[in-house]
Design a protein around this ligand. Structure first.
Ligand code: C2E
Ligand code: CA
Ligand code: CA
Length: 402
């Protein structure tokens, strides 16, 4: 697991970090609030071990900062004597949906800490179907939106909607843990409908307030295979008054597409109505080339496995150049995902990649946080012409939190 230890005592930091490292976890450390305010992405880990009393701040300030993150980690609080204040921080965290695992007193009992850490890791393993069912009934599934930028101009083109399960006890459950379970037990269908409803309502709100974005929705092939999916989907899009040309469907490859000719008919109908159709995670599944050949895609999403290595590994770079060239010849737009560094961005910009998304630009955000980000970003994005990567970089940097 990825862990972050926050404590103003350097001896404590190295003690806990080495305990966790010996258990095989990635342990990062921070001495207090300020460096995390400067770089809040560092909080996006699986577990935060937090000393309540920090220099010039308290655990409460860190919990408040955690509440602004789309992905909240589980939290263990360490404390000295201030029991009531610490319980206040636990209550605040719980009310915000953060998984507060408990409180440990100093001096630290290493075995007690490791017991909680091991339990967390075990619980991250399995999600039961009944938990998904209950989360569906209680409306715990939400969408976070990650911006997609034009790599030639830096202009915001759209967003990808990503499922988030905000559980009052477990905190945030990432999609990798529940999508495949839901695909296997059939609940992907009601789940998809809940998320599609949210996405369409959001797109309608954005359009009404003058925000024009291409909204990408992830669709599992299992859903596409369903008999009445297509008509029901088109009817919902109409009911929400959303133009098909503002929607892209990203087909995830998790289970492959069983019936290609049926999928072809469905996708062709959608494409003819104006929807964008993207092949997701391109390059990772066995069927990618066959799907690309047989199905009427309009976009290709380059998997982050290649993107993350593209500036250091010549092989990854060659593959990217080849895929971009191939996509151009087939008339598809390429979207690179998982861009984390300026070097990766520059490489993709120079390679003529159309669009990109990644933590470098922005993390997935809930709609209200996205709206604030959008206001800041669009204020700097008046020019539409192609720019040098340096100009784009400066534009993006002006909008990053300082
Ligand atoms: P995906 O469609 O490939 O989505 C991109 C994933 O990469 C997202 O993970 C996103 O948060 C993450 N990501 C974005 N930028 C970066 C970056 O710079 N660095 C790194 N390391 N990661 C980055 P997430 O949200 O955990 O989603 C995981 C997968 O779950 C998605 O992969 C998609 O296959 C699936 N998924 C998410 N939402 C839905 C949904 O509503 N329906 C279906 N069927 N699948 C979904
Ligand atoms: Ca996707
Ligand atoms: Ca991917």
């Amino acid at each position: 697991m990825r862990c972050l230890i926050i404590d103003d005592d350097p001896t404590m930091l190295s003690l806990v970090a080495s305990l966790l490292a010996r258990r095989g976890h990635d342990a990062e450390t921070s001495e207090g609030l300020e460096p995390l305010e400067a770089c809040p992405e560092r909080l996006d880990v699986d577990l935060v071990i937090l000393d309540y009393r920090l220099e010039g701040a308290t655990g409460l300030d860190i919990i408040r900062l955690l509440m602004t993150r789309p992905v909240s980690p589980a939290v263990i609080l360490l404390s000295g004597a201030e029991r009531d204040q610490v319980m206040g921080a636990v209550a605040l965290g719980r009310s915000a949906g953060i998984r507060m695992l408990g409180r440990l007193e100093k001096p630290l009992d290493a075995r007690a800490l490791l017991r909680i850490v091991d339990q967390l890791q075990a619980s991250q393993g399995q999600i039961a179907s009944r938990e998904i069912r209950s989360a569906l009934t209680r409306g715990h599934f939400l969408l976070a939106y990650q911006p997609k930028l034009c790599m030639a101009t830096g202009r915001l083109m759209g967003v990808e909607a990503l499922a988030r399960w905000q559980d009052p006890e477990q905190g945030l459950v990432p999609p990798d843990r529940f999508i495949s379970v839901a695909e296997q037990d059939g609940q992907i269908i009601p789940l998809t409908w809940q998320l599609v409803e949210q996405a369409l309502a959001q797109q309608h709100r954005w359009t009404r307030t003058g925000i024009r974005l291409d909204l990408a929705i992830n669709l599992s092939p299992v859903v596409l295979d369903c008999d009445d999916f297509l008509d029901a989907f088109i009817a919902r899009v109409e009911r929400h008054g959303v133009a098909p040309s503002t929607l892209t469907l990203e087909l995830t490859e998790t289970r492959g597409i069983d019936d290609l000719s049926r999928a072809h008919d469905h996708l062709t109908r959608l494409r003819d109505l104006g929807f964008g159709i993207a092949i997701d995670d391109f390059g990772t599944g066995n069927a990618s080339m066959l799907q690309l050949y047989r199905l009427p895609f309009t976009h290709l999403k380059l998997d982050r496995a290649f993107v993350s290595e593209c500036h250091t590994d010549p092989k990854a770079r060659e593959i990217i150049l080849m895929v971009i060239a191939l996509a151009r010849r087939l008339g598809l737009d390429v979207v690179a995902e998982g861009i984390e560094t300026w070097e990766q961005g520059r490489m993709l910009h120079e390679a003529g990649c159309h669009a990109g998304q990644g933590y470098l630009f922005a993390r997935p955000m809930y709609a209200d946080i996205f709206n604030a980000w959008y206001a800041g970003y669009s204020a700097t994005s008046s020019k539409e012409e192609s720019s040098s990567w340096q100009t784009i970089q400066q534009k993006i940097m002006r909008c990053l939190p300082t």
